[in-house]
Design a binder for this molecule. Sequence first.
Ligand code: UDP
Length: 369
Amino acid sequence: MEKDTDSMARAPLRLLLLSTPVGPLGSGLGGGVELTLNVLSQELARRGHTLRLVAPEGSTLGAMAIEQVPGTWQPTAHTQGPQVPIVLPPDSVLAAMWDYGRQVQADYDLLVNLAYDWLPFYLTPFFRRPIAHFVSMGCLSDAMAAAVTTVGERFPGTLGVYTRTQAATFPQPDQFRCLSSAVDLTCYEFCGNPGPELVWLGRISPEKGLEDAVAAAAQSQMPLKILGKLEDQAYWDHICQRYPQAPIEYLGFLPTHQLQAVVRRCRALLMTPRWLEAFGNVAIEALACGVPVIAYRRGGPAEIVQQGKTGWLVEPDHVAGLVDAIARLDQLDRRACRQQAEAEYSLSALGNRFEAWFRDILARYGTDK
Ligand code: UDP
């Protein structure tokens, strides 16, 4: 009996991973989900599981084979209001991706949803195979709250999130399993002797609060490098007009290898989210380079940063707190930053958490629900 359980626990899984429909993988439009999908698929493949990735046409993800699905991208959820009805464009790539999933489901043990969208939650009871839903943002709309909660009630154990604070934004936080995130540590080089610059990473969009990082850089007269997808041109133009003298430099959206080459030479990463950041993959990427993180005490970063050791957490929306933290950067140890990334955010730790989650779902729901 024990032997059977053991061999079940080791048997390779056949997994169908369905990506976000807001843009192709590699474009940066998917934000941190792209990194999560990258590290997760890499680690699951290394462990011998069979994977197929489904993503919008034009996607690339290392050497992973991808089922490229044409269609119109989904508008990003964070640009919609809380009461906005569900939107599906004509020729929806999201609908096409899940139609593909429906057709091939019999070839897989489990479907894994990484789209923060209503449709896959709504469709869950209509699928024969179980679906693991990895929810990548906090609760942004009433419609999502209802759809996610219903799945949690009907299929307990199938909802995953990055962090506890993220789960707490939904009506029933206990429905979620916390899975955190990871970085491929071999891709990020430690740097013990940084230059004078600070860095800010992320999608340039109002919920990310870039203007506070720019204001803090201007007040401290510390140069700030900015990297990331320019999602909202008007927002960026407004920042540039408001702080014409700020010592900032925008380097565009860089792939991981180039990104870490810039980040590791910086004194600190600034994270200034206005919204409840679900995780903040950029925080663990910086730590992996030995770069401390100065962040608002809000959402994921508050669960990542070790106060006074690997960064400073400051009162949300207070530029003065950022300026004060910048002045105290010398108290932090860059080695401790890299060590935290190694101890808490390794690929193998992520693989263990996700594998255990998938096996628990399969033990509960079998191959067919
Ligand atoms: N990123 C990147 N190149 C850049 C700037 C950012 O690849 O020039 C990536 C970064 O590595 C991270 C993602 O964009 O994985 C942002 O994810 P995060 O979880 O911080 O925020 P989200 O966009 O999901 O809100």
